[in-house]
Design a protein around this ligand. Structure first.
Ligand code: BES
Ligand code: MN
Ligand code: MN
Length: 446
């Protein structure tokens, strides 16, 4: 049987299984969902055993990862697939049309939390293995490492170190990235690092009447705002002393390559519904991946309910992060960040709870060349190599420990809107994605 034929025959079953995988509310950062994490883990183990993998659970300091292996071709290369089964938080009232944990089919797109990040692609890879087993045969050794904590405090680093010999492979394959635009597939050749933090400014020990106390006590929101505006200015320069010291300058060669990248600024502005920070393509591309950033994710505290409530709030808090680029070191940036905030406001409380290193992929190897060729052939679109602005902490750990090429074989459409209530995966990207992955495994087994 041909790959396309097997896929066509199994469309319905695949969709039902994917729906089941999506239905587990695997929000790893919220302990309310620990039962869901366990149940999903069991389901995943079942999926892996379904393709004949020998499975085990790898314990970490936090939520455990699922490991599997099909190693029946001792002389053939070994590929290690990495993905994650945890998802970002999602609640219907945040703007979802339907239950976020049920696949909602609409105009050729499937909407659900985790459909693109990363359950859909993880599932696609498992089904690619199944497809190949039922067609031309799986002729290489396949390992699976699917973690449950990518979206939060990834504890996988130590686990990768402890299990390095079991994870041994010739290439790491990751399906957790997205394309550049409608016409262009992207194979990221870099990922940014990250420092994620929580800032809190305490005020009075209880909300106070702003008339009777206003003028006598400081307002924690103003104090927090003062910190935040001092982190980045209106020209978008990050003001932490020493922050840019080790940022690598973009080479003339890489800049030239960016000139060839297709990007329609007007189209993108329409899609996201806001103005971009530049009308110059190369400048935008540099800003989104070659330069570091500082962002605020949320500010809370005080009163925002109906009507007036004239108080001086008891506290104000914010969550922020900085994306890092080569050669910024996350520990060093964390220290610079914390001491700068202490300087701005000695009473502020700062908790840093996530660090990841930036990463550059060496694209000159046959694993990446073949990936690009097969993606182009299967989807009939061009591939570009481009640094990605986002982060995948485990990729850096895997590369450091295993010292093999990493292939970021993304199958998500560019408008997959991960982390948002519009998260979606094109039906076509899913089925063609399985096809491309199956053909890739077939090619590597030759
Ligand atoms: N899959 C994303 C990373 C990604 C997004 C790669 C878009 C390429 C294109 C991953 O799940 C993610 O969201 N990572 C977090 C890491 C953080 C929580 C440490 C990120 O980048 O914010
Ligand atoms: Mn992801
Ligand atoms: Mn994510």
């Amino acid at each position: 049987m041909q790959i396309e034929e097997y896929l066509n025959k199994n469309k319905k079953v695949f969709f039902e299984e994917l729906n089941k995988f999506i239905s587990f509310k695997t929000i790893s950062t919220d302990s309310c969902y620990s039962e869901e994490m366990k149940k999903c883990q069991e389901y995943l183990v079942g999926l892996l055993q379904g393709v004949g993998a020998e499975t085990s659970i790898l314990e970490t300091k936090g939520i455990s990862a699922v490991f599997g292996e099909i190693c029946s071709h001792k002389e053939a290369p070994t590929i290690l697939f990495y993905g994650h089964y945890d998802v970002q938080p999602a609640h219907k009232e945040e703007g979802w049309e339907k239950d976020p944990f049920e696949v909602n089919s609409k105009n050729g797109k499937w909407h659900a939390r985790g459909i693109a990040d990363d359950k859909g692609p993880v599932f696609a890879f498992i089904k690619a293995v199944e497809t190949l087993q039922n067609t031309s045969g799986l002729k290489l050794n396949t390992k699976f490492l699917i973690e449950g904590e990518e979206e939060g405090k990834s504890n996988l680093g130590d686990c990768i170190k402890e299990n390095a010999s079991r994870l041994k492979c010739d290439c790491v394959l990751v399906c957790d990235t997205e394309w550049l635009n409608e016409e262009t597939i992207a194979i990221p050749c870099g990922l940014r690092g990250i420092v994620y933090a929580y800032i809190r400014v305490n005020g009075p020990n209880v909300d106070l009447h702003s008339g009777t106390f206003g003028g006598m006590v400081k307002n924690p929101h103003l104090e927090l705002a003062r910190i935040l505006v001092n982190l980045k200015n209106e020209k978008e320069k990050i003001l932490i002393p020493g922050f840019y010291d080790s940022v690598k300058k973009i080479s003339a060669k890489e800049k030239k390559l960016l000139e060839l990248v297709p990007l329609n600024i007007q189209h993108l502005e329409k899609e996201v519904g806001t103005k971009l920070t530049s009308q110059d393509k190369v400048e935008l591309l540099i800003k989104r991946s070659v330069l570091p950033t500082f962002e605020i994710h949320g500010i809370t505290g005080g009163y925002l309910g109906p009507g007036g409530k004239t108080i001086i709030p008891a506290y104000a808090e914010a969550k922020v992060s900085m994306r890092l680029v080569p050669d910024q070191n996350p520990e060093k940036i964390r220290d610079l960040f914390v001491s700068y905030i202490k300087e701005l406001n000695p009473e502020a409380i700062v908790v840093v709870d996530g660090l990841a290193e930036p990463f550059l992929v060496d694209i000159n190897n046959p694993y990446i060349e073949k990936a690009a060729k097969i993606l182009e052939q299967t989807f009939g679109k061009k591939t570009v190599f481009l640094r990605e602005g986002a982060s995948i902490p485990a990729v850096v750990d895997l590369n450091k420990e295993l010292k093999v090429p990493v292939v970021l074989f993304g199958i998500n459409n560019h408008d997959c809107d991960i982390h948002s209530p519009r998260e979606n995966l094109n039906e076509l990207n899913f089925y063609k994605g399985i096809e491309a992955l199956a053909k890739y495994l077939e090619e590597l087994g030759k």
